[in-house]
Design a protein around this ligand. Structure first.
Ligand SMILES: [Mn+2]
Length: 333
């Protein structure tokens, strides 16, 4: 159970499937959608059947791009019909989004777990965890390459979305030479560069721009001599601008962009607890370990957690303690 495998073997297992069910993490972001819808297309373009299950609503900005290449509910799915199940970009069992009708434990289908979160703990038959890939979509491209598969313009467009969003348009330090070569390959395969960039970065509703302006004006605090910048965002602000953090993958970058900032954080309420998002822009001060002290996870430079606390002040105190400690010690990456 849960054998760790390298890309070569993952590509062979993938090639052996004929009828595949694909899922990704709850509250899907660009890489979740890009890797899931991209892999679905890729498999169909190369002689397989593939069904992508996305029970959670898509971020508003990606809805147009997505069309109807997926199903939103497992109702009526005949599980006997599949000879493979693939979980993408999901770091934990509880993150794999299947909707209320289907339990991961009840899925009696050989399972392949593909991800780039180094702390992935999903229980599958096989797990290929590529910590060196900037995006799960990059890993999917590697597997396509191993199998010599054709990448159609539609598949390339989705996979590019994963690469572009998880690298912040190739600005973040997870961008390797291989990432850039993969992006170039996808563009050569006919990926719609302009559609992807427009959807990911140039499609904010005006109310989001206003939400962000208000957040910057009213909610941002600075600590550790300006090296830590964070925002405590009250429910009222989300309500005033009808903004949902499901659409807010890039909000934290507004803090990361500020000169002198090493660590950025967002804190807001979610389901009776507090959601914490963390970013670092200096490898000597990773935020992955901070997230793990709150029982969260993610990557070294981009991580998150859910914190049970009574008030914003309580979360703030815990956070300041951890970040101060991190900034005082230079960690080796
Ligand atoms: Mn990802």
């Amino acid at each position: 159970m849960n054998r760790r495998i390298e890309r070569r073997e993952a590509a062979e297992i993938l090639a052996g499937f004929r009828r595949v069910l694909i899922a990704t993490h709850e509250k899907p972001d660009g890489d979740a959608l890009g890797s899931a819808l991209g892999l679905g297309r890729l498999l169909r373009d190369n002689g397989r059947q593939a069904t992508v299950l996305l029970p959670d609503p898509l971020p508003e900005k990606f809805q147009e791009l997505a069309g109807d290449d997926f199903i939103t509910s497992a109702v009526g799915l005949d599980l006997q019909n599949f000879d493979g199940f693939i979980a993408l970009d999901s770091a934990r069992d509880s993150r794999v989004a299947l909707g209320p009708e289907l339990q991961l434990s009840a899925l009696n289908v050989p399972m392949l777990n593909l991800d780039h979160h180094v702390d992935n703990s999903v229980q599958a038959d096989w797990s290929c965890i590529a910590g060196d890939a900037a995006a799960t979509a990059e890993l999917v491209c590697d597997l396509a390459g191993e199998n010599g598969w054709t990448i159609s313009p539609a598949a390339a467009t989705w996979l590019l979305l994963g690469l572009i969003t998880d690298t912040g348009s190739f600005r973040f330090s997870n961008t390797t030479g291989a990432t850039l070569r993969t992006a170039a390959m996808l563009r050569d395969c006919g990926a719609q560069w302009e559609s992807v960039v427009n959807a990911a970065f140039f499609s904010k509703p005006l109310r989001q721009q206003r939400f962000e302006a208000a957040m910057l004006r009213d909610c941002v605090k600075s600590a550790c001599d300006g090296r830590f910048l964070y925002a405590l965002i009250p429910d009222e602000l989300f309500a005033e601008y009808q903004f949902d953090m499901r659409d807010g993958e890039t909000v934290i970058d507004l803090l990361r962009e500020v000169k002198g900032v090493v660590i950025a954080a967002l804190v807001y309420r979610r389901n009776g607890a507090f959601k914490l998002s963390l970013r670092s822009k200096d490898g000597r001060y990773p935020v992955g370990p901070i997230a793990r002290t709150f029982d969260g996870g993610g990557h070294q430079m981009a991580a998150g957690a859910t914190v049970s606390a009574g008030s914003f002040a309580e979360v703030e105190a815990l956070l300041l303690e951890q970040v101060t400690r991190t900034l005082e010690e230079a960690h080796a990456v």
